[in-house]
Design a protein around this ligand. Structure first.
Ligand code: BGC
Length: 764
């Protein structure tokens, strides 16, 4: 409750996160004035498209449209018919039909929203990019911009103006089934990439989003990614200072960049369901940021307040609880009676007229900002739709995202003439390469996009001598993704004996959300068995990990000569891998998460100094060892890079700085090897003594640089000293006098902050 007491008073309103536009506000007020209570209630409800579908599940039933839009005046629809991607034309025609009805019946456009997650993932011909976790591994902001641009452009081309992206949850617990939807475990990396994506999706002016851009929905606000049990949609317990300092930080960056909507965390933090958390929804976001955007619930999460969480007795109480906490739109998603509940609650005084009007204003403002009143539907050729340019960008992002983790004896690149045996359940699967949110919720790329190359096909296209046996195969039923058939192992091992090198493609089949829960983070027993038996042939093994989270492989890693983690690189991921394995391209991806080794030791890179024997400084706790498989930021290349001349200049002298200074960091990076390559340069800070146990280090800046053999470039970064502040025991941001270390590429510079500063605003 610290922040409640410290920062809940809003006497000094901060500058608005999105500057208000007079014409937008005037139009909102004009529409609001003419609305009945029923119309207002309808604007606060979002239903699933299934409530409009006819018996074919491919078209809208006009009678249902009359009921949902005409009678209940529902303001928003989401999702795809029949849980499947449709063509651009089909989607556009469906939205047009809804818009015509909405304009005719209530004179207010409906807003359609879709889960476009790594591109236009619900359009059959849409362009898909590697998932966010891969883009995190590129450490290259360009790809987040490109993906955001293509996603918004193609979504608009299908008459949809709102995407439920970017995903902002930090991938800090590998047990959680959604970590691949985020940019990784680090708040700064997440903030930087998501800001770029947000700007690319929305464009530069959130008050006037044009016909090539969409509104974002930052999700899921917040703390969703660290459930105590590791299972999706279960309670999290997060220290208040971590909540502000790490979990809120990426949201803050995107709200400040103009994000128009956010979707709320389905679960709970410290015992409070987020959908009922007025302090976070109204306090932190709406008041402390003076943000006039719109908060939408996640799927059925008002129901969850009474059905699952037992903080409300029934639906009506739950609706009042959510709206009074700050929810503006309820993703119900099946029951229009939610509208009736809102009407009754307002009449009974359980939702005030002021709160109702505030929520309606936020919905209307979004629709005005998107231009939907002027153009509920629009024309446009959208010539870049599914363009070669988007495909090329997706391929380039895949190349920069696949991470080389081990290359013993330089077994890679593979020799042109090698007899390559490709195996494993992931070798011939587009579904696995793409992961969830790909044409279907649970993923289904083989069904919708067979024209792309699996890993096997791409290797066959690139190398002359390729053989294949899967060894282990997945059950392709979407929810049964963990079931495996290992009866082919013997056949695979026999085939492997005839090869020079084995490329074993293991990992996970696609899944999404709660169906992705599991009880053991280890790579499956069947796949480990496959790898063990392959290794026993004595042939060198290249282990390819195609997985949404780092499945533990500590016991089999020593048996293989090379490891590449391709994560979820999407439709061009196979081509990218073949090019990397052959040496046509060079690796430059680095892990955006810590790859853990032991099930009882799941760490993040920003652990406390007191967690590790080497950083705690001579204590007796011999057990406290940070024994991870590969650390955050780890990734090899076919060339070598050397770092030199790290220098940090701040203020008047080189040894010290003050809270108002900007640290100017520069470092020389040289390609000392024989091949061209790209290097992600990561700059960290460490607070050496602080009033709360300091994190061992925190990422503060990064950039990606391309270097020819022998070439040196100087990289410069500016880090405001305030970025080194932390949230203290009293909930306030503080930068304390004392020593800091700035490190980069194994080099370090120590300097002293000469003054303590404590901020009295919640966000700095
Ligand atoms: C997911 C969200 C998604 C929503 C709408 C929920 O189950 O948690 O990420 O945006 O469904 O499809």
């Amino acid at each position: 409750m610290l922040s409640a007491t410290l920062f809940s008073c809003n006497s000094n309103k901060p500058a608005p996160a999105i500057p208000a536009d007079k014409a937008v506000e005037a139009q909102v007020e004009k529409v609001l004035k003419g609305m009945s209570l029923e119309e207002k209630a309808g604007q606060l409800v979002q239903l699933n498209i299934s409530v409009l579908e006819d018996d074919t599940h491919e078209a809208i039933d006009p009678a249902k449209l009359d009921k949902i839009i005409g009678q209940y005046k529902v303001g928003s629809i989401l999702n795809v018919m029949h849980d499947a991607a449709h063509s651009r034309e089909h989607t556009a025609a469906m939205v047009r039909q809804i818009q015509e009805k909405s304009m005719e019946a209530i004179g207010i456009p409906c807003i359609y929203g879709l889960d476009m997650i790594h591109g236009a993932s619900y359009l059959i011909e849409g362009s898909l990019y590697p998932q966010e976790i891969n883009l995190g591994a590129t450490f290259n902001r360009k790809f987040a911009r490109q993906m955001g641009h293509a996603m918004a452009y193609e979504t608009r081309a299908a008459q949809v103006p709102w995407v439920f992206s970017p995903v902002m949850d930090l991938g800090r617990d590998p047990r959680w089934p959604r970590i691949w939807e985020s940019y990784g475990e680090d708040p700064y990396l997440q903030a930087e990439m998501a800001r770029e994506e947000t700007l690319a999706i929305q464009g530069d002016d959130p008050n006037h989003v044009d016909l090539e851009h969409c509104a974002v929905s930052l999700k899921h606000f917040m703390g969703y990614g660290v459930p105590h049990s590791g299972k999706d949609r279960t309670p999290a317990y997060i220290a208040e200072n971590d909540l502000r300092e790490k979990f809120f930080a990426p949201f803050l960056e995107c709200f400040r960049a103009g994000a128009l909507t956010a979707m709320v965390n389905s679960a709970s933090i410290n015992g409070i369901p987020t959908h009922a958390n007025a302090l976070l929804l109204t306090g932190w976001v709406k008041e402390q940021l003076n943000w006039d955007g719109m908060l939408v619930t996640d799927w059925a999460d008002i129901d969850n307040l009474y059905v699952r969480d037992h903080v409300a007795a029934d639906k009506k109480e739950a609706v009042a609880m959510g709206i009074n906490a700050g929810i503006d739109m309820i993703m119900d998603p099946y029951d229009p009676e939610c509208c009736t509940a809102i009407v009754e609650l307002v009449k009974e005084g359980k939702i005030s007229q002021a709160r109702l009007d505030d929520a309606v204003r936020r919905v209307l403002r979004l629709k005005v900002r998107l231009g939907l009143f002027d153009k509920p539907v629009w024309d446009g050729a959208y010539p870049e739709f599914a363009s070669k340019q988007f495909a090329d960008e997706s391929y380039a992002a895949a190349v920069e995202s696949e991470v080389l983790l081990k290359n013993e004896g330089d077994i890679l690149p593979l020799k042109e003439t090698a007899r390559i045996f490709v195996t494993g359940p992931n070798a011939n699967s587009l579904r696995a390469l793409n992961g969830g949110w790909s044409y279907r919720w649970q993923g289904s790329a083989d069904e919708f996009a067979p024209q792309y190359n699996t890993i096997l096909e791409a290797i066959q296209n690139r190398f002359p001598h390729v053989s294949y046996e899967p060894g282990v195969v997945y059950d392709e039923t979407s929810m049964a993704w963990q079931n495996e058939d290992a009866s082919g192992i013997a056949k695979a091992v026999a085939a492997a004996r005839k090869a020079d090198v084995i490329v074993a493609c293991v990992g996970e089949n696609s899944y999404c959300e709660t169906p992705g829960n599991m009880d053991d983070l280890n790579l499956s027993a069947a796949q480990k068995e496959l790898v063990r038996e392959l290794a026993a042939t004595g042939k060198p093994v290249v282990l390819v990990l195609n997985e949404g989270r780092p499945r533990l492989i500590g016991d089999i890693e020593p048996l293989v000569q090379a490891v590449v983690d391709v994560m979820l690189p999407s439709n061009f991921g196979g081509d990218a891998l073949a090019a990397l394995l052959s040496g046509d391209e060079n690796f430059s991806g680095k892990l955006p998460f810590t790859y853990s080794k032991h099930i009882n030791a799941l760490h993040t890179y920003d652990y406390k100094v007191s967690e590790h024997r080497e950083t705690m400084g001579g204590s007796y706790n011999y057990d406290a060892v940070m024994d991870v498989q590969w650390p955050f930021g780890y990734g090899l290349s076919y060339t070598d890079f050397a770092y030199s001349n790290l220098s940090v200049v701040a203020g008047a002298d080189r040894q010290s700085f003050q809270p108002g200074d900007v640290l100017k960091v520069s470092v020389d990076v040289t390609n000392t090897g024989k091949r061209a390559g790209k290097e992600a340069v990561l700059v960290y800070s460490s607070d050496l003594v602080a009033s709360l146990i300091p994190d061992v280090k925190r990422l503060r800046a990064f950039d990606k640089v391309a270097l020819q053999p022998g070439e040196t470039k100087t990289l410069t970064f500016e880090i405001p000293a305030s970025a080194l502040a932390f949230v203290g025991a009293d909930g306030r941001w503080r930068l304390e006098a004392g020593d800091f270390r700035i490190s980069c590429g194994g080099l370090g510079v120590q300097l002293r902050c000469t003054e303590t500063k404590v901020w009295d605003t919640p966000n700095i």
